[in-house]
Design a protein. Structure first.
Length: 270
């Protein structure tokens, strides 16, 4: 039978790796960047209800961090938002919605691998960008960066829903990134071309299989063990794709298969 929960030894390993201890908590953008580089990729503002490393949990410095309803009045949530915005502005790590609706941070060294996986699930008739996405891309290639309202007006997209949908589409294929979040005089994102900050990384030609293996390796290194379906939930990969990566790690003697869908870092075996 597959494991239903993690052993305490693995939870303790994750406490150290994911900064879930008070003495390891993240307090500024420099520490956040080092954290992201070390774990490889992490969610921005998810709490303990979702698996995987998270900047918010690392700011709280504990396992059981829960995002409150009123984030503006909560000091931990406010600090996590402030650090997130500063890390985005500095541009030393990748930030965007790559899979699903949650934004994640990706270390620069892993950008080529996530980029290689960007089009894996698109069918033949979805290989081209939508008209709205193409219009946004055309404007940004001319202007280089623009605030949301100006970009929507310049790309002639009438409603906000279609505009946001097109931006999500462009983020998932590594075309556009939010390069800054501005609060005054009004709240807005500043959008830029991804290649402006990550040109070298996006030029690399990585095979699909190699990308799956390196994403799986990175997660297992920081997690110590993965339960059934965990890698897929954290990364947005399909379960078969996540399985390909994990099985290759077993073949390399980097990981051990403990039960169906459960893999452990080889170096943690007693």
């Amino acid at each position: 039978m597959p494991l239903a929960q993690l052993p305490e030894t693995i939870e303790t390993y994750r406490d150290r790796s994911w900064c879930r201890e008070p003495e390891l908590r993240i307090e500024d953008s420099l520490a956040a960047e080092r954290f992201i580089e070390r774990v490889g990729f992490c969610a921005a503002l998810t709490d303990s209800c979702r698996p995987g490393p998270s900047l918010y949990i690392a700011v709280c410095g504990r396992r059981d961090a829960h995002m409150p309803r009123n984030v503006q009045k909560d000091p931990e949530s406010s600090l996590a938002w402030t650090i997130k915005d500063e890390v985005v502005r500095r541009g030393r790590v990748y930030y965007g919605k790559l899979r699903g609706n949650r934004a994640i941070f990706v270390a620069r060294r892993l950008v080529p691998y996530f980029h290689a996986l960007a089009g894996m699930h698109r069918t033949r008739n979805q290989l081209g960008l939508s008209e709205d996405a193409q219009n946004i891309l055309k404007v940004l290639r001319k202007e280089r960066e623009m605030a949301s309202r100006d970009l929507r007006r310049a790309s002639e997209i009438s409603d906000r829903y279609s505009f946001n949908k097109a931006l999500d589409e462009l983020q998932k294929v590594f075309k556009v990134i939010p390069s800054e979040i501005v609060y005054e005089p009004v709240f807005t994102y500043i959008w830029s071309l991804a290649e402006a900050r990550f040109q070298d990384e996006l030029k690399q030609n990585i095979s699909r299989e190699k990308a799956l293996v390196e994403v799986a390796r990175t997660y297992l290194t920081s997690a110590g063990m993965t339960l059934r379906g965990e890698l897929a939930r954290v990364t947005g990969l399909s379960n078969p794709d996540a399985g390909v990566g994990n099985w290759r790690l077993v073949d390399e003697d980097f990981a051990s298969r403990m039960a169906p869908g459960v893999y452990q870092l080889k170096e943690l075996e007693k």
